[in-house]
Design a protein around this ligand. Structure first.
Ligand code: G
Ligand code: G
Ligand code: G
Ligand code: MN
Ligand code: NA
Length: 249
């Protein structure tokens, strides 16, 4: 059977789930929020990771209703978190280009009661490669509401410094491949430079894939603002993350 067929049926069958991975402020060691990560629990295929189904969901247009569900679900869960904690949601280029995106974000906030400044949208450079002004207009509109925009997987693909000039970005997430190789002198220099770039531009820098104390120590020494990764916490069910967040305030 084709993946597309099963994927189409999965939304009405409620086979999608969200896990949440905590994000820590390095200087204070406090949890400041969490990223929602989608999973597909297929009765036929088992637990399917997003890298295997998001591209297909984009191709068949399912990403629009699926993304709306994820936004609404993530905000509903985050509504129960203690004050100030942020929820980060990954957004695909297809969603932003759909024309209904801003409306669905506003609707998810209203539905859940989460204030706009507690929502962060993670986009990749494929969103920014779009030359039309739909994307720029949409990002500006969302940002004017107080929503934060994070540039995900920074340093991979075609992420260009030009995007930081042309687009309103509040946060850079350094891709985990850099953190994994931080023992390498050249990689360390790149990470150090991106942290400095963020500081100069007033953009928060988050290091992804932090797995060891040594990596966290390096980032702390370089004044990186936030860390995310298995050392801080693995992606977990809403109830488990709720407990962690409540314990951390
Ligand atoms: O029970 P829950 O809070 O997850 O449901 C939120 C709403 O989202 C429900 O109305 C449900 O029908 C709808 N929904 C649509 N697709 C899915 C899915 O894949 N998983 C879940 N849990 N709910 C879904
Ligand atoms: O959860 P990790 O386990 O495997 O996620 C892999 C990638 O899938 C993430 O880096 C993220 O970019 C993407 N992803 C996860 N959840 C979502 C989602 O809800 N929407 C979109 N568009 N991408 C997601
Ligand atoms: O691309 P996106 O960055 O949004 O994704 C987060 C992805 O990275 C998820 O697939 C998540 O499961 C994974 N991840 C989170 N923390 C770690 C980590 O410390 N090490 C590794 N190898 N993967 C991680
Ligand atoms: Mn992400
Ligand atoms: Na990433």
């Amino acid at each position: 059977r084709a993946l597309e067929t099963d994927l189409e049926a999965a939304l009405p069958r409620r086979e999608f789930e969200l896990d949440f991975q905590p994000i820590m402020n390095i200087a204070s060691s406090e949890i400041v929020g969490a990223e929602a990560l989608m999973r597909w629990r297929s009765p036929i295929r088992g637990l399917v990771p997003p890298d295997d189904f998001i591209p297909v969901a984009e191709e068949i247009g399912l990403i629009v209703p699926l993304g709306e569900w994820a936004l609404r679900k993530a905000c509903t869960v985050a509504a129960g978190w203690p004050r100030g904690l942020r929820i980060a949601v990954n957004v695909s280029a297809v969603q932003i280009k759909s024309g209904t995106f801003a409306r669905s974000v506003i609707s998810a906030l209203a539905f859940s009661g989460v204030p706009a400044d507690r929502l962060e949208l993670e986009i990749t450079e494929t969103v920014l490669m779009d030359e039309s002004d739909t994307v720029l207009k949409t990002l500006r509109q969302l940002r004017n509401l107080g929503i934060r925009i994070a540039l995900d997987d920074f340093g991979t693909g075609y992420s260009s410094l030009g995007y930081l000039r042309r687009f309103p970005v509040d946060k850079i997430k350094i891709d985990r491949s850099f953190i994994r190789d931080i023992d390498n002198r050249d990689t360390a220099a790149i990470v150090r430079t991106v942290i400095g770039l963020g500081a100069q531009l007033g953009i928060t820098v988050t290091a992804e894939g932090v797995e060891t104390e040594a990596q966290l120590e390096f980032l702390r020494k370089e004044s990186c603002v936030e860390a995310q990764g298995y050392l801080i916490g693995v992606p977990s069910k809403a109830t488990d993350i709720q407990r962690l967040l409540k314990a951390s305030v």
